[in-house]
Ligand binder design. Structure first.
Ligand code: HEM
Length: 534
């Protein structure tokens, strides 16, 4: 308790008095010492040198000097809000997760929306994927659904994540472009990565310039599992559907809004929630078994594919309402740490190789970004259910084991014990096979769903995709990269490819890209260079 937050003041004799309503508290140092002058540093004479002795000056500047922490390596620009999740009906048949056992149960939630490529100070209406990260403070620990507003992803294997992010971020020599995919490095990588074509169609569509966070869908992207009390597994995909429906702006508007109000999306969420217009999303799930998964040519473990909603309509299972803005942006929105590996008992992972890599990445990056293994001691990251463990010490430890025992088993009858019944049990899937670096044949079709998405769009939406590709590729200076992109588009839709090629002024049409997986040799630097040279 400090003088500041207790609304106390110190009297002449040092005694504490309640501050009168509206009275101004006395400014103190971080150590609680009252400050007499916050306008002038301590000097020798009116014009003399500053005294090193001025602990108030030193503390104030020292603290200011250390205000910045590293921004997120991706999704640096984001905006969060508090709310709750309400379960519609029991899903006990599919999962033993406590959050899905009782209809009407409310679970506190925190959501952070973000762009991916730009830095913390970049504009809101960049053409980009939007993060849609949900932290559910369940009775069995935090469950984070760290999703995006697009149901698929650029790459199939986490080992390519550093490459795609390096390629989309500013080029290392020039340091630009900022928050823009329209540059040679990005399109070079994409043109050498056919698996990204489905995602590229979404990113070039209106989905990548949403009108506001309130009009966006959210997707868990990967196939997860629900596991019931009998340890039976059902595959599941998670979708957030906005009650307000989907809306986007057009590129012309996006460019103007970015200039006039780079905080457009932040302001929209702040204004809506402060005015009592609480945005709401329905959680819908696609549940399926192995037999259903096997009925497709593509692989449900491939994050560049979706399960068409016409074939498996998502079922509503609850709703998410955002009704409160954070009190402090840094404490909550900046310090919140989402992690795909945060799942309660009854929710489990699939073998999706992108998800498996993410499960390592998030814990690792939080320690770097938040600076301590104790980032769960920060209130926004702490569970809201009872929790007991023997982890101790480390930088900024706010909680340590109470009593003598900091290990188990112990003879003192102290501390928590594990519970085979209540605890998380990994689904006992049977795995075997040679240890190797290989991509399954079932991951090889990169164009069918790209085409399906393009053809699902209305003519004006298709025109927007062609215009976006033209704008982006026109900024690419290396002709072979443009040609390579058109050769991929030929596998998506000939009309789209022809249109973009004409807009770009291509002299002749390249031939369609080889629809098979690129061989390792195709990706060797020497091979790329020889293409460049011709
Ligand atoms: C951050 C989504 C793939 C690493 C984020 C955030 C979201 C997100 C929403 C922002 C979280 C926040 O608001 O604080 C996704 C989705 C992916 C994906 C949907 C694919 C389906 C990956 C992969 C990796 C990765 C493959 C690494 C192997 C990271 C890292 C951060 C991040 C390091 C920064 C976290 C932080 O500093 O708080 N991701 N991501 N992501 N993601 Fe991903």
């Amino acid at each position: 308790a400090t003088i500041h937050d207790q609304k106390l003041r110190r009297g002449e004799g040092g005694e504490l008095h309640q501050l009168a309503e509206g009275a101004t508290p006395v400014l103190t140092t971080a150590q609680g010492g009252p400050v007499s002058d916050d306008q002038n540093s301590l000097k020798i004479g009116a014009r003399g040198p500053t005294a090193l002795e001025d602990f108030h000056l030193r503390e104030k500047i020292f603290h200011f000097d250390h205000e910045r922490i590293p921004e997120r390596v991706v999704h640096a620009r984001g905006y969060g809000a508090h709310g709750y999740f309400e379960t519609y009906k029991s899903l006990a048949k599919y999962t033993r997760a406590d959050i899905f056992q009782r209809a009407g149960e409310k679970t506190p939630a925190f959501v952070r929306f973000s762009t991916v490529a730009g830095s913390k100070g970049s504009v809101d209406l960049a053409r980009d994927v939007r993060g849609f990260a949900v932290k559910l403070y369940t009775q069995e620990g935090n469950w984070d659904i760290v999703g995006n507003n697009i149901p698929v992803f650029f790459i199939q294997d986490a080992i390519k994540f550093p490459d795609i992010i390096h390629a989309v971020k500013p080029e290392p020599d020039s340091g630009f472009p900022q928050a823009q995919s329209a540059h040679d490095n990005f399109w070079d990588f994409i043109s050498l990565t056919p698996e990204s074509m489905h995602m590229i169609m979404w990113v070039m569509s209106d989905r990548a310039i949403p009108r506001s966070f309130r009009f966006m869908e959210g997707f868990g992207v990967h196939t997860f599992r629900m596991v019931n009390a009998k340890d039976e597994s059902t595959f599941v995909k998670f979708h957030w559907k906005p009650k307000l429906g989907l809306q986007s702006v057009v590129w012309n508007e996006a460019v103007k809004i970015n200039g006039a109000d780079p905080d457009f999306h932040r302001r929209d969420l702040w204004d809506a929630i402060k005015a009592g217009n609480f945005p709401e999303w329905e959680l819908q799930v696609q549940l399926f078994d192995q037999e259903f998964a096997d009925s497709f040519d593509f692989d449900v473990l491939d994050a560049t594919k979706l399960i068409p909603e016409e074939l498996l309509p998502p079922v509503p299972v609850g709703r998410l309402v955002l009704d409160r803005m954070p009190d402090n942006f840094f404490a909550e929105t900046e310090q919140v740490a989402f992690m795909t590996q945060n799942v309660p008992p009854g929710i489990d992972f699939s073998n999706d190789p992108l998800l498996q890599g993410r499960n390592f990445s998030y814990l690792d990056t939080q320690i770097k970004r938040l600076g301590s293994t104790n980032f769960t001691h920060i209130p926004i990251n702490a569970p809201k259910c009872p929790f007991h463990h023997f982890q101790q010490d480390g930088h900024m430890a706010m909680r340590n084991p109470v009593g003598r025992a900091n290990y188990q088993p112990n003879s003192w009858g102290e501390g928590p014990r594990e519970s085979p019944q209540a605890g998380f049990r990994s689904f006992a899937d049977v795995e075997s096979g040679p240890k190797q670096r290989l991509r399954a044949e079932s991951f090889a079709d990169h164009y069918s769903q790209a085409r399906q998405f393009y053809l699902s769009q209305t003519p004006p939406e298709q025109a927007h995709i062609a215009a976006a590709l033209t704008f982006e590729l026109a900024k690419v200076k290396t002709p072979v990269i443009r040609e390579r992109m058109v050769s991929h588009l030929l596998n998506v839709d000939r009309g789209l490819a022809n249109g973009v090629a004409a807009n770009l002024g291509l002299q002749s049409m390249p031939k369609a890209a080889d629809a098979a997986m690129p061989t390792r040799q195709d990706l060797e630097p020497a091979a790329s260079l020889s293409i460049l040279a011709k």
